[in-house]
Write a new protein. Structure first.
Lengths: 387, 253
């Protein structure tokens, strides 16, 4: 067993760390305050090649491994989790399903722009009545005259309404199954601007203010039959794979955010004095910092382990799902605890937006919700245990 | 034009700094390419883009200093040379300059670019020693470099402004942070760097020996604490006069 990153992985981490420190972090406070999507930062990340990191060079990717991609997410999220989720959703939810399940034509048409970060693609699974229970999807796509006619709505969809959003992959019921409670679910590609497809006004979110999230509505929206992504009826298997990779990436995002909480708390604890001593001299504060450091480290290695296993395994095996669920669950809850302790260590200042920890606290919560809630991760793990 | 850029790996300026018991700099922590060297690499790359040729990175350091070279290679430099030898651990400025000179001489570059000083040791002595050992002119504190045939012209940063200094290649230039904004490597650059050569040289390969240190750091003391400032209460009538008086007594005006 060897716990060293490769030379290339270290290089990716250092590049992203520099970029995050010099470009992403200085902009974070303002983007958060103004709820603004950072077009310019996304453009630069695209030029650096971050959106193409784990994909083959043939499609304009960098041909790096999945762990390198996770390192990039971790470092970017350490500066701004909203920018981290923009990258994560673009790669894991937007480009990856097209790369993994698309036809030659679909890939040729879409991937070059997506992997260069010139365009973003969204993934619409969640609906007002179908979140954790994704099988309860109500959106319908019916074949009519060589077109899929889509009706329904999607909810909480990341990267769907930016100036460079090029479209969305939605899951939809494509056939009722006689006698079955649930219909056949397939994935369909819907380009932005298709008549009948409308992106509703952005949500007012608790955190992740620099990321873009909208409800989507489909009203007799027609796309050609060839817009089906992958096999008809393959929707469920596809999003299982998509979400497994996505969960590992969310774990990496959570590790980055938790590290940021530790960094900020440690610095503040050394600078702030009370009772004539820096507060870092009090054991009560030291133990908080020690716990944070330990949990960040554990979350990090659980994430890296899951990333390496995901890369190695061709199929979405039970083992990969379990490791992904554990990493996501542990890292997201670590980020939430770390943010909470970072605010506590900052005292009253932690509650004031002049320090970044208030933003970290608001940003951390959703890690326990998106791409499968903590409850869902525990259910997955328990199922793997054979319960 | 063949350009050599010297690069060094230093403790991450954003991390905690410390000294070993023998007063050398502790390197058992996160290390990065010296931020000052990124300017030299950027300038080297821009000169190559204008005039063609090759950018070779030369570093002396432990095996892991290879990462610093790799970073420069992912920015676009062509190949690297790493001088690494246990006998070089804790080398002072002169030994460093001798080792670099021996490796660089063999390359016969037309231009050697160094940062004015390293981030960690900050002696600023290696570049002039290196120029001397290479037997080439040195043009220092450049905030702009122009090459026209054999003629090298720099704008040399001074406190008042800048001087225009000319020299002829081969020569050594030290560059300041004002020279060019270093580019970010791209992922493609990182991948391309995998196949670029990094040659490893030992002391024996260079034909030099360790010799006696020219300097050792005997002891270290904290800088004097700054004196507390004077607080002047201003009711709106005395402020400007007081500021003028203070500036005059400090001979700033
Ligand atoms: C900012 C943001 C961005 C998002 N981006 C996307 C996106 O790009 N694409 C996309 O498709 N979705 C996206 N989502 C949606 C996200 O994945 C869902 O919110 C999440 O899966 C939970 O679904 P839900 O909101 O419907 O909650 P529900 O499923 O209604 O859950 C409510 C609560 O009940 C619990 N619960 C549900 N079922 C069970 C059970 N069987 N046992 C125990 N507890 C249970 C849940 O854990 C939760 O605590 C995003 C969400 C947010 C907030």
């Amino acid at each position: 067993m060897d716990f060293e990153l490769s030379e290339e992985q270290r290089a990716v981490r250092e590049l992203c760390r520099d970029f995050a420190r010099e470009v992403v972090a200085p902009a974070a406070e303002e983007l958060d305050r103004e709820h603004r999507f950072p077009v310019e930062i996304v453009r630069q990340m695209g030029e650096m090649g971050l959106f193409g990191l784990p994909f083959a060079e043939q499609w304009g990717g960098a041909g790096a491994d999945f762990l390198s991609y996770c390192l990039a997410i971790e470092e970017i999220s350490r500066a701004d989790a909203g920018v981290g989720i923009t990258l994560e959703a673009a790669v894991s939810l937007g480009a990856a399903p097209i790369h993994d399940f698309g036809t030659q034509e679909q890939k040729e048409l879409l991937l070059p722009d997506l992997l260069a970060g010139r365009k973003l693609w969204a993934f619409g699974l969640t609906e007002p009545g179908a979140g954790s229970d994704a099988g309860a999807t109500r959106t319908r796509a019916e074949l009519n005259d060589g077109d899929w006619v889509i009706n329904g709505s999607k909810q909480f969809i990341t990267n769907s309404g930016t100036d460079i959003s090029a479209g969305v992959t939605i899951t939809a019921v494509t056939a009722r199954r006689a006698g079955a409670m649930r219909g056949e679910i397939s994935a369909v590609l819907v380009p932005a601007g298709t008549p009948g497809y409308s992106v509703q006004p952005a949500y007012r979110k608790l955190g992740w203010h620099s990321s873009d999230t909208h409800p989507l509505a489909f009203d007799d929206c027609r796309v050609p039959e060839a817009s089906l992504l992958g096999r008809r009826g393959g929707g469920y298997q596809q999003f299982l794979k998509t979400l497994t990779g996505g969960r590992i990436a969310i774990a990496a995002l959570s590790v980055g955010l938790a590290q940021a909480c530790l960094d900020a708390a440690l610095q503040y604890a050394k600078e702030r004095s009370a009772f004539g001593r820096p507060i870092s001299a009090f054991q009560a504060i030291q133990f908080k910092l020690a716990d944070m450091a330990m949990e960040v480290e554990l979350a990090r290695w659980a994430t890296y382990r899951a990333a390496v296993t995901y890369e190695k395994s061709q199929a979405t095996t039970g083992e990969v799902q379990r490791l992904a669920a554990m990493a996501k669950l542990y890292a997201s809850e670590t980020s939430k605890r770390a943010a909470d302790q970072a605010v506590q260590i900052h005292g009253g200042y932690g509650f004031i937006e002049d320090y970044p920890v208030a933003r970290y606290w608001r940003d951390a919560k959703v890690n326990e919700i998106g791409e499968g809630t903590s409850e869902v991760q525990r259910m997955l793990i328990a199922r793997e245990l054979g319960c | 034009m063949k350009i050599v850029v010297t690069v060094k790996q230093v403790p991450d300026p954003n991390g905690a700094q410390a000294l070993e018991p023998d007063n050398t700099i502790a390197r058992d922590r996160e290390v990065v390419l010296d931020p000052g060297d990124e300017y030299g690499i950027e300038e080297g790359l821009q000169l190559k883009e204008k005039h063609g040729g090759e950018v070779v990175l030369v570093s002396m350091g432990p095996e892991k200093a290879r990462d610093a070279i790799r970073k420069g290679l992912s920015m676009g430099a062509d190949r690297g040379i790493l001088i690494t030898d246990e006998q070089l651990a804790g080398a002072d400025a002169l030994l460093t300059a001798r080792a670099l000179a021996a490796a660089i001489k063999a390359e016969k570059p037309e231009l050697v670019i160094c940062a004015t000083e390293s981030y960690d040791g900050s002696t600023g002595m290696v570049p002039p020693m290196l120029a001397e050992l290479l037997g080439v002119p040195q043009l220092t504190f450049a905030k702009q470099v122009e090459v026209d045939g054999q003629q090298v012209t720099v704008h040399r940063q001074t406190e008042e402004g800048y001087q225009v200094v000319e020299g002829s290649a081969p020569c050594l230039v030290t560059v300041t942070a004002g020279i060019a904004e270093p580019r970010y490597a791209s992922l493609k650059g990182i991948m391309a760097a995998r196949s670029k050569e990094v040659k490893v040289l030992k002391l024996g390969d260079l034909g030099i020996d360790r010799g006696q240190p020219a300097e050792t750091v005997e002891s270290i003391a904290d800088a004097d604490a700054r004196e507390a400032g004077e607080i002047v209460e201003d009711d709106g009538s005395v402020g400007v006069d007081r500021i003028m008086a203070v500036l005059q007594s400090a001979k700033v005006l």
